[in-house]
Design a protein around this ligand. Structure first.
Ligand SMILES: NC(=O)c1ccc[n+]([C@@H]2O[C@H](COP(=O)([O-])OP(=O)(O)OC[C@H]3O[C@@H](n4cnc5c(N)ncnc54)[C@H](OP(=O)(O)O)[C@@H]3O)[C@@H](O)[C@H]2O)c1
Length: 262
């Protein structure tokens, strides 16, 4: 649909990419209802805000109710949590939080929002995926798994809803300069020659995706090519990731050895 016709419910609206999306959507004439756990310091005039924690059933239900009352016809799920480092450094609690925010919450929100969206003449459901959801990189096993799950979910939902009025889409940025990526990721990106986009690049791609209604959009070159090659060649590319492996910070979590946990 045209951006000016869009009434966009946006999760992750307080984040680096989310804030750029709020500005871009507002500039294109779309109405915006942002969702975040806190209250934003600055919102464009006319933008609305809902405080909700997507890690709770109450938060998910509040978003679904607000989508109906506010008559949202585009939902953009951009809330998410990062995880970076060798697997041995990733506490199980962080694995659970990342899977909850990046995969379970979008599934629960989709289920809760569909009754409203299916009642509209035209609606769009857009997920924030990642190049790392299609290319597994050393250091991003947990995060990449959460986004790979989200890509699989979005693809299946797109096909499940193909004869409905709801268009399912996925926007997959590459590394982007926001608070999401700490100094360790920036160092890894420098060492591996990985380019980083500004959040404004991602926000501009969202506007294009709303208007084109394309199924998916991967941002950046060579990531777009990498995603295709990885799907075709898989394991035959493994030898190309030695520099990424060597650029990881060393493992720091104290692993529990047998006997210590009792
Ligand atoms: N930055 C990148 O390199 C990059 C690359 C590819 C894809 N992405 C994806 O793009 C999306 C946005 O990333 P970003 O860079 O903007 O990250 P960010 O600046 O860290 O923002 C994350 C957003 O997620 C929200 N959030 C996290 N947990 C939540 C919860 N339980 N309930 C409600 N909101 C929650 C945060 O809200 P609060 O204010 O409440 O914390 C915040 O608005 C994520 O899905 C990320 O995976 C990012």
């Amino acid at each position: 649909m045209r951006a000016a016709e869009a009434r966009v419910l946006l999760t992750g609206a307080s984040g680096g990419i989310g804030r750029a999306m709020v500005q871009a959507l507002h500039g294109a004439g779309a109405a915006v209802l942002g969702v975040g756990r806190g209250t934003p310091s600055m919102l464009p005039a006319g933008a609305a805000w809902l405080q909700a924690d997507l890690g709770t059933a109450e938060g998910v239900a509040a978003v679904a109710r607000a989508a109906g009352h506010w008559r949202a016809n585009v939902v953009v799920l951009a809330a998410g949590l990062p995880a970076f480092g060798p697997l041995a450094s990733t506490p199980v609690a962080q694995m659970q939080a990342v899977l909850q925010a990046n995969l379970l919450a979008p599934m629960q929100l989709t289920q809760a929002l569909l009754p409203h969206l299916r009642g509209l003449p035209r609606a769009q459901m857009i997920y924030l995926g990642s190049a790392l959801g299609r290319i597994g990189l050393p250091g991003f096993a947990v995060y990449g798994a959460s986004k790979a799950g989200l890509h699989g979910f979005a693809e299946a939902m797109r096909r499940e809803l193909a004869d409905s009025t709801v268009r399912v889409q996925i926007l997959a940025p590459r590394s982007t300069r926001t608070g999401f990526n700490g100094a360790a990721v920036e160092a890894y990106n420098r060492a591996t020659g990985t380019a980083m986009d500004t959040p404004q690049v991602v926000a501009a791609a969202l506007l294009q995706l709303i208007e084109s209604e394309a199924a998916e959009r991967f941002i950046g070159w060579p990531e777009r090519l990498g995603v295709r090659l990885n799907a075709l060649l898989g394991g035959r590319l493994d030898a190309g990731f030695g520099k990424h492996r060597r650029s990881l910070p060393s493992a720091s979590l104290n692993t529990i050895t047998e006997g210590e946990s009792s």
